[in-house]
Design a protein around this ligand. Structure first.
Ligand code: V47
Length: 376
């Protein structure tokens, strides 16, 4: 069954959702107020059904995954994000910075055979300049030509350009010439300035994140986008964040660029970080995580893919997310640090077989993809 029987109203128990269901059915865009209604309605299954109908319209029962490897070239970070347990200051016994040789040696290990995407995000380490990245990317591409290089959050790109004494555009051009192919969606957190000031004081603001993403899109570099939820933000901050992403995607698309490929809701992991030491913040719950996936599918009508990131919400819930608006389980991951340092209890990686079983048991068709969603 590749469509839900209409009208969508039949799946709702909350009358406040009926006008939204009519818009979803007609392919009309949801508004700011609709976003708040989605966050406040008790009818999670109704919201899930609406999101699932959009997902079925866009992707049928296809569910994507990628054979990927996470790798952070350094955890040394001069920015102070209160939610982050991964960062280390120089002198900290945990602090590290990997050379190109270290990274190549790591990727040569047998467990990385078959990796098609190298996803690298890291700290803001003032010792790493553009020459480090050019050398790294060139050598990686020479040694592993078929591995796609997906590197830098928008905030990292801005940081490494500045400390290299370059404009972001010049930095990006040099990295692309050396082999950079796309960018992950991290670093967005929550765009609202007051919340940002409280969870990542001093981190570059929403404008920098959005402008850098727009620049990547203009240069033909696709990016992803994220939102960190489940800490001290409120419903209105999440609606605002999602609509700012939608607005940028409208502009990138209108100018003929691919823009954002996927949105990933990131559930706040609350261990070993300053934010959870200074505030009482409970782990997100399954209902909360499913709602984020569904709301994203409904509001982000111009972003093709929604990922259910099993590392942060567990493989079982990510699997359910495939029926709540998500069409992508991200990937094998292999060695994740950022969420696990902050308390994630999920496995370090999943095999291709694990991912395919999760997808099939959710009633979907597993498809191994590359970074641009071309199927192998
Ligand atoms: O940038 C940091 C966030 C991001 C915590 O693009 C935290 O395909 C939760 O960007 N709890 C890294 N989140 C992860 C990321 C990502 C993940 C999956 C897929 C893609 C993609 C991108 O994680 C960071 C930051 O925003 N983060 N600390 C924490 N305690």
């Amino acid at each position: 069954m590749d469509a839900l029987a209409l009208p969508l109203e039949r799946y709702l128990s909350d009358p406040a959702l009926v006008p939204l269901a009519r818009k979803v059915e007609a392919g009309e865009r949801l508004t700011w107020e609709d976003g708040l209604t989605l966050y406040r309605s008790p009818d999670l299954n109704g919201i899930g059904a609406m999101a699932h109908s959009v997902r079925l319209r866009l992707h049928g029962r296809k569910a994507y995954y990628v054979v990927s490897r996470r790798l952070s070239y350094t955890n040394i970070c001069y920015t102070h994000c209160q939610f982050c347990a991964f960062q280390a200051k120089p002198g900290d016994p945990r602090a590290y910075a990997l050379s190109a040789d270290d990274i190549i040696r790591e990727l040569e290990k047998p467990e990385n055979a078959g990796v098609r995407e190298l996803h690298m995000t890291s700290g803001h380490n003032p010792k790493l300049k553009v020459e480090y990245f050019e050398d790294l990317f060139r050598r990686l591409k020479a040694r592993f030509p078929s591995i796609h290089l997906k590197v830098f959050t928008m905030i990292e790109m801005d940081y490494y350009a500045r400390i290299s004494g370059l404009s972001t555009e010049a930095f990006l051009d040099r990295c692309v010439a050396a082999g950079l192919e796309s960018c992950p969606g991290g670093g967005a957190e929550i765009f609202d300035p007051e919340i940002r000031e409280r969870i990542c004081v001093g981190k570059k603001d929403a404008r920098i994140w959005l402008d850098t993403a727009a620049l990547c899109h203009r240069k033909g570099i696709p990016t992803n986008c994220t939102m960190l939820y489940g800490h001290i933000e409120e419903d209105r901050h999440r609606v605002d964040h999602l609509l700012q992403l939608r607005e940028l995607q409208d502009r990138s698309r209108a100018a003929g660029y691919q823009g954002f490929l996927a949105f990933i809701p990131l559930a706040y992991q609350n261990e070993d970080n300053e934010l959870s030491r200074t505030h009482t913040i409970h782990e997100t719950t399954g209902a909360r995580d499913l709602r984020e996936i569904a709301v994203a599918r409904l509001l982000l009508d111009n972003i093709p893919h929604i990922k259910a990131y099993w590392v942060m919400i567990t493989p079982g819930l990510a699997q359910v997310g495939l029926n709540y608006g998500a069409d992508d389980l991200d990937g094998t991951v292999i060695a994740e640090e950022i969420a696990h340092d902050a308390g994630a209890k999920t496995p370090q990686g999943l095999s291709r077989q694990d991912l395919e079983r999760l997808i099939r048991e959710a009633g979907c068709e597993p498809l191994e993809r590359d970074n641009l969603y071309r199927v192998y």
